[in-house]
Design a protein around this ligand. Sequence first.
Ligand SMILES: [Zn+2]
Length: 321
Amino acid sequence: MVLKKNNIEVYPVNVPASNKLKSFNFFLVKQENSLTLIDAGLNTDDCWNALQKTLKDHDYILTDISGIYLTHHHTDHIGLVNRIVSTHDIPVYAHPYAKLVLKRDTQYIKMRVEFFRKLYQEMGCGEFGEKQVADLRNPIILGENKKIHCEIQEITNNHLFGFDIFEIPGHAPDQVAFYHKECKWLFAGDLLIQHIPSNAMVEPDYDGTRTKTLVQQKLSLEKCLSLNVEIVFSGHGIIIENPVDLLTERIKEIDEKANKYINIIKSGISTASGIAQLRYKEKYEKQFFNIMSQIIGYLDYLESQGKINKEMEKGIWNYYL
Ligand SMILES: [Zn+2]
């Protein structure tokens, strides 16, 4: 498959996923004299073989890739970076914030674990939350095995190799979009997925304060809507043509869901963990990080809109109308 417009060609690499993400997508982009890779899938043979096949289908080989741009630091977007760069040394670009994470900066990782430990305590998750943070398999630990070994070039310009670059935080604090203005094509990482709403994951900012990720997510969706984009190249699922309706729907969904949380608080449940257990039952334990992320995101969102308030009692935040 190839998408062509003006002087740009996109060869999508699409690898089926067995979970709700449906697929892992990353993109080879050909412009005049360059062939760049936007995102790099998972570190699996499936992704590696799919990349090789896509290159071959278009008469390229691996060493023709001249640079890698990362939309955000999640492991399903950076997987092949080490493999590719070990064959030939090319620049890898990412948001400055991603660098700390990708390089597994010791100070940062320490701060991050402490951030989540305190967060879950204050959200009323008690011993269960403590155990989750201590579990080395959890997604917040950021294992050394997924560390990126090469230099990361920080994206500090709003323009790079024919793309305008926008920060679109929410799903990840370091998420950026690469926008080809003439084509109105947007490579947007996981900002917008056709078949599921994208999760706004709770994260600490550089200094360890909590970012209001859902507030950011909504602003990023609105930003994308304002660009009048024709195609969104999404990290999962199908390539989204004419995304206006979907963007509008996703923005609307945020407020509809927020209202459901207001109703739960109205019914007298006041802590984030209480809300999580009521709404998600046994899933609370199985999908702890995602669920707490979502609920804290919504509570922050409602608080920033002045619809709810919080008060600390015995070290735990209680939310009320
Ligand atoms: Zn992601």
